[in-house]
Design a binder for this molecule. Sequence first.
Ligand code: NAD
Ligand code: UDX
Length: 477
Amino acid sequence: MNNITFLIKKICCIGAGYVGGPTMSVIAENCPDINVTLVDLDEKKINDWNNSDLNKLPVYEPGLKNLVEKNRNINLFFTTNLNQSISEADIVFISVNTPTKTNGLGSGYASDLKWVESSARTVAKYASGHTIIVEKSTVPVRTAELIKSILSSSCNISEGNNSKTFSVLSSPEFLAEGTAIKDLENPDRVLIGGEDEYAIEQLSLLYQKWIPKNKIFITNVWSSELSKLTANAFLAQRISSINAMSALCEPTGADIKEVSRAIGADSRIGTKFLNAGPGFGGSCFQKDLLNMIYLSRFYGLEEVANYWEQVILLNEWQKKRISKLIIETFYGTVSLKKIGVLGFAFKSNTNDTRESPSISIVNELLENGASVVIHDPKVSEKQISKFFDNEKIGQSNSNFEGRWRYTSDLNLLFKDADAIIILTEWEDYLHIKWKIMSKLMRKPSWLFDTRGIVEEEKLNGSNINFWRVGKGFIKTT
Ligand code: NAD
Ligand code: UDX
């Protein structure tokens, strides 16, 4: 493999979403001699990527705006023209969505591969010469085989064009939203799973433009696919573990922050992913766990499936116990209460709301008749309105009982509020002057900090009742 020349000149990425957009922006930045084209079926999304107002990009990620501004229309392009981009590409990344199936065989567990399959068919149709296909989407084990079978049948039926050939590699993406650019620029490792030495070397040389060679792991395809699911399962398990302990801390007088610090100092455990919270959200953890549970059952491993399913059940329970606790604090009725929600994204530094714990927690409050006002620095009112239907939830009246409002003004959110709930750990919320803002609230007033970001001293003199995840109710002066 030593004397292979790097031949990649044109890259096409199918799927201009949270993975495709940042990943290709980082490739374009580090490979000025390569033309990178992102294609998507969603015309609005492509228009947003091409918007001259960089605040309107469809994905918010720290650092992304700068990369797009610097490279767009130089060696980074966004288009809906799949045919041309695929036919010109030496390498095609498939970075489309693979959500949990909602009907048919495996419904509720298995990943829906219809977008991967349709991408493979499009590649099969329009590719020319030799094309390397890279699975970037997170997929069940053995999906590469599905892609290969689609591509090889196209080779056989290609209309007189026998020169069309393909290699399929797996190279799952490990970026986390909110730190995507940092993760892509400096990954812990990159996986390349495959058999074709030439294709592996080309992809490896591409990554080596900015990633040290010792961080590029070559594996077989199935190990690569399964490593991705396993990494997410382990991370999610860690959050369910710390959230389980947060619930045990609250009645016993322990503090989850102290427990996290104590166990994290053990180098075998490590310090990361030990923040208790309202439950994990995001488009990956639950979907990938469900997928692994499905695979385990498929292979007859019921105990393995049950083991991983518990991680999801605990996560659901954590969200439920928090909304229940808030409602019970108001003696079981929040119907004439105004509740201010700080944060709707599933974590800070992203505008992504998929599977955000805020969705189910706000929904419970609305169903119990609360009047909810929501603030988020990066999530729009339109985005939030996809989750709740004001006309259907609760009874409408002037107190907007059982309904929700959006505001970008924290003064309006605090005004006459009975309770504030922090659901996303945005930095903006660290700077809230509780002593001043509490004067706007109706007394007695409450703060529920589900992210553990407010220091107790900051509430001194505020006269707010305080609850923090993993500590419980805290007396403030
Ligand atoms: P996304 O929904 O943000 O983006 C996917 C895009 O693919 C959409 O814009 C959709 O319109 C487009 N698309 C679907 N089918 C298409 C087709 N046939 N042709 C052209 N475009 C098509 O999804 P995402 O969050 O970027 O995730 C993509 C994949 O990466 C998933 O498999 C996910 O599990 C995986 N992943 C996601 C993350 C993350 O943090 N979001 C991290 C690692 C891996
Ligand atoms: C995750 C994986 O981290 C990433 O490697 C993979 O590629 C995609 O899935 P992501 O979902 O974007 O990334 O964010 P992550 O930082 O993992 O957070 C997931 C959820 O866990 C969020 O809701 C976050 O708030 C929560 N979380 C995370 C905690 O509650 N506590 C923690 O200590 C860490």
